[in-house]
Design a protein around this ligand. Structure first.
Ligand code: SAM
Length: 216
């Protein structure tokens, strides 16, 4: 079946391209043990973000949506200092646990992104890469802050954009995220559709996509 095929492509890619990393495995296992939802990025997506950091020479990354710190660990291992925003104390605690058992460090800020982002703006913080991976409803507002917080030539990666287009009910609307991005002359934005069997054991393949934008 199509799902089986996608799953096997992913499995082969993971087996062939990923280096074994007990810290990342442990972060996922501990997050599962602590009953966090299984909604972190896939291992190959982590490696993709790591490649982006290398291309961009990213030394500072801002992440919106920490969960158990799985993507945080990928960024730290790619050589970046990471500031990550998480609204749920339990998720923040598990993320800190996972980072510390890997001997790694990151700045995890507890709070709702729309409360924290203006504070980072007031402090004139600047990042090389911003990764938006929280709730879908406020993606435009997160993006707008991300532009202000990204240095020129830096990039913004927004995950689950196609999910937002499909389920956000905004696909045709003039104010959907993608419609607004096209009119925003602060950035050049691309959209890459993705298909994954990862989050769909036995279910339908998961169709989604991400926006990658550079800040002009
Ligand atoms: N980036 C993580 C990874 O790949 O390992 C996954 C993040 S998960 C998809 C989304 C996270 O965003 C959840 O932990 C959720 O609690 C958090 N979140 C949801 N709404 C938020 C908000 N308004 N501000 C900050 N975090 C939020």
């Amino acid at each position: 079946s199509r799902n089986k095929f996608i799953a096997s492509v992913e499995a082969v890619a993971e087996r062939r391209l990923l280096r074994p990393d007990p810290d990342l495995d442990n972060a996922l296992a501990n997050s599962r043990k602590k009953n966090l939802p299984n909604i972190s990025i896939s291992p190959m997506q982590g490696q993709h973000l790591s490649v982006l950091c290398q291309l961009n020479g990213a030394k500072s990354v801002l992440e919106i949506g920490t969960l158990g710190g799985y993507s945080t660990i990928w960024f730290v291992k790619a050589g970046a200092r990471v500031t990550s925003i998480e609204v749920r104390p339990k998720h923040r605690d598990v993320a800190l646990e996972n980072l510390h058992s890997a001997g790694l460090d990151a700045e995890i800020i507890l709070g709702a992104a729309l409360d924290v982002l203006p504070k980072l703006g007031a402090e004139k913080r600047q990042f090389d890469l911003v990764f938006i991976d929280a709730d879908w409803g406020d993606q435009w507002e997160y993006f707008d802050w991300a532009v202000k917080l990204t240095r020129k030539g830096g990039c913004i990666y927004i995950d689950n954009v196609v999910q937002e287009m499909i389920y956000g009910g905004a696909s045709a609307a003039e104010n959907s995220l993608v419609a607004r991005l096209g009119k925003d002359d602060r950035v050049t934005a691309s959209l890459t559709p993705t298909i994954s069997a990862h989050k769909a054991p036995g279910g339908d393949a998961f169709i989604d996509g991400f926006v990658l934008a550079t800040v002009l």
